[in-house]
Design a protein around this ligand. Structure first.
Ligand SMILES: [Fe+2]
Ligand SMILES: [Fe+2]
Length: 477
């Protein structure tokens, strides 16, 4: 047998092995999707994705089956196989779908550097308030330096990162409440300032700690209003020293697996979030298809300390008797892991129920809304069953959430539940279900919540994009 004849005999074998190999690409993608809990949660809450996933599984199985049948027939009738061409075509189709899916999802492709933002840190400084850090992300490992001080002409504190890194977070370690801090990033000369935990005056002349709370900007959705989002950010940061912090309750982007949406969102927010520190919570849109990796890098970078032991949920104390928990509840209780539950219940046990206890979460508890794909987007019974009695028992005062795209105030059993999902995402439809205890509902305006904490009282004001009040209520502390 000549060498030439040898090659002719082997070539079809090599092709068939190659076909068998590429038939495995789609099952690999199907398994990758299935092992990420958050993808299964997406399918649970949006059955359309579930049906698409079943379609992928069916295609993968049919392609594998035809290759198996082809192999079996060839082993019994080496001369020909009737399913050979079909198996080749199906293998190519499943490869194209697998590659297309992964390119479309692009869950690990960081597209660009991320602009700087001030973030709240889950660690107290000497004043009893949380630290603040300047954070940002670079595609290449870099070792960065920040200088800062209270006098813009004398930035006397210099902090250089210990190691080159992509995730950057430099804590302003020498600051006290009420100080205006001027800072400069050496790598690009970015210069800005913020006031650390300003105490301001209410309309009645009382000293207050004032927090802004907003959720569901959905940058990248197309149906959202970036103008509304930017106007709200302008309201929160326009008059210096009004708001101490922005609590951003998630769904910052529409598709958290698409890093370019994070790049745009952070670019849009950075001119404002370099003037006021934020605490950002993960929303279901931020974290699906492995988007949680991006979220952690950008919204709680690895150099930041976290007393909770997680980058996804935290407890922040403001002096001795104000406590704010930011939870990882994305769709609902699906992300309420055992670790998070143990941490949360232990933390609540250490707090005097008479203190002011505020819970922040992306997912809502009580809410008025409609059904979507036959799923109720109102009164989440799992959330209510898991938390409401615990909140009552432990003296929780206020609960803020988003996820439903509206502003709503619901009063239940002495606890005020507020939904602030009007940060620019498309508004939800008028509700077909009204939650018991619903005091105010707005499915029309974009806006945010203005929480004013005084010595002996609390006031919550829903404001529109111009800052005008839409609704307010007050309660004793
Ligand atoms: Fe949302
Ligand atoms: Fe959401």
């Amino acid at each position: 047998m000549t060498r030439y004849q040898d090659m002719n005999i082997n070539r079809p074998h090599i092709l068939r092995h190659l076909i068998r190999l590429i038939t495995l690409a789609l099952p690999a993608v199907v398994i990758w999707i299935g092992v990420h809990d958050r993808n299964l949660q997406l399918m649970k809450w949006n059955p359309l994705y579930g049906r698409l996933y079943l379609g992928l599984i069916a295609l993968a199985l049919i392609a594998l089956l035809t290759v198996f049948i082809d192999t079996y027939l060839r082993s019994h009738r080496p001369s020909r196989s009737d399913v050979g061409v079909i198996s080749y075509l199906l293998a190519l189709l499943s490869l194209a779908v697998a590659v297309g899916m992964f390119v479309y999802l692009s869950p690990y492709t960081v597209t660009a550097d991320k602009a700087p933002q001030l973030l709240l840190v889950e660690q107290q400084n000497d004043s009893g308030y949380p630290h603040v850090a300047l954070t940002w992300y670079t595609l290449k490992d870099q070792q960065e330096t920040l200088i800062y001080g209270t006098d813009p002409d004398d930035l006397r504190h210099t902090i250089t990162e210990e190691h080159p890194s992509k995730e950057h977070a430099i804590i302003f370690s020498e600051i006290t409440p009420g100080q205006e801090i001027f800072y400069r990033r050496i790598s690009d000369g970015l210069t800005a300032s913020f006031t650390y935990m300003p105490l301001t005056q209410s309309d009645e002349g009382r000293e207050i700690l004032r927090l802004a709370i907003a959720s569901d900007a959905h940058i990248g959705a197309g149906s959202n209003s970036e103008d509304d989002t930017l106007q709200i950010l302008q309201q929160i940061t326009g008059d210096r020293d009004e708001y101490a912090l922005l609590f951003n309750l998630g769904d910052n982007v529409e598709m958290g697996n698409d890093d370019s949406q994070y790049t745009r969102q952070i670019d849009l927010f950075s001119p404002y979030t370099t003037k006021i520190p934020s605490a950002v919570l993960p929303g279901n849109h931020d974290t699906w298809f492995a988007g949680v990796h991006f979220w952690k890098s950008y919204y709680y970078p690895s150099p930041l300390p976290a007393r909770s032991g997680s980058r996804l949920y935290h407890r922040y104390d403001f002096g001795p008797d104000i406590h704010i928990f930011t939870m990882d509840l994305e769709w609902g209780t699906e992300t309420y892991t055992t670790d998070q539950r143990v941490w949360f219940e232990q933390q609540l046990e250490t707090i005097d129920p008479d203190d002011l206890i505020i819970i922040m979460s992306h997912a809502f508890f009580f809410a008025s809304s409609t059904k979507y794909e036959n799923k109720p987007w109102y009164d989440n019974q799992d959330m209510i069953g898991t938390f409401h009695q615990l909140f009552i028992d432990r003296g929780v005062d206020l609960v803020f959430s988003g996820h439903d795209h509206q502003m709503e105030h619901i009063h239940r059993d002495g606890i005020d539940y507020l939904i602030t999902g009007a940060f620019g995402g498309v508004k939800d439809k008028q509700p077909t279900f009204i939650s018991e205890g619903s005091q105010y509902r707005n499915f029309f305006d974009s806006g945010f919540a203005d929480l004013q904490i005084a010595e002996d009282s609390l006031t919550v004001i829903f404001r529109d994009t111009t800052g005008d009040p839409l609704y307010q209520f007050s309660t004793d502390r």
